[in-house]
Design a protein. Structure first.
Length: 124
């Protein structure tokens, strides 16, 4: 399974990638911001899940989610937003934009595993 992790923090990308690797997901691409994430997704339409931060330069995660959802190729792509934006209004905004699940930083590997399972329809 090919995943795309988009976050302007190289440390956060590494944490997510390491957690995914421990869960058995080895094919993980990266982007530093929404623009790079979009370019990577556009060039790799076989990506099966997007994990994105909200607050990033150039194109933020919410803009990325809206762009992804507006493209017919990716209308069903599972998207998880991982962000420090934990307010109810932010969560609702992200869900309305088209994210499938939401993780507030900081998070544990178990939380990422549970959210991945929920989005992928895999029971724990």
């Amino acid at each position: 399974m090919k995943l795309l992790v988009v976050d302007d923090s190289s440390t956060m990308r590494r944490i997510i990638k390491n957690t995914l690797a421990r869960l058995g997901y080895k094919d993980v691409l990266e982007g530093e911001d929404g623009e790079q994430g979009w370019a990577t997704l556009d060039a790799n339409p076989d990506i099966e899940m997007l994990i994105t931060d909200w607050n990033m330069p150039n194109m933020n995660g919410l803009e990325l989610v809206k762009k992804v959802r507006a493209d017919e190729r990716f209308k069903d792509l599972p998207i998880i937003m991982v962000t420090t934006e934990g307010g109810k209004a932010e969560v609702i905004t992200a869900l309305k934009a088209g994210v499938n699940n939401y993780i507030v930083k900081p998070f544990t590997p178990q939380v990422l595993k549970e959210k991945l399972g929920a989005v992928m329809g895999v029971a724990e």
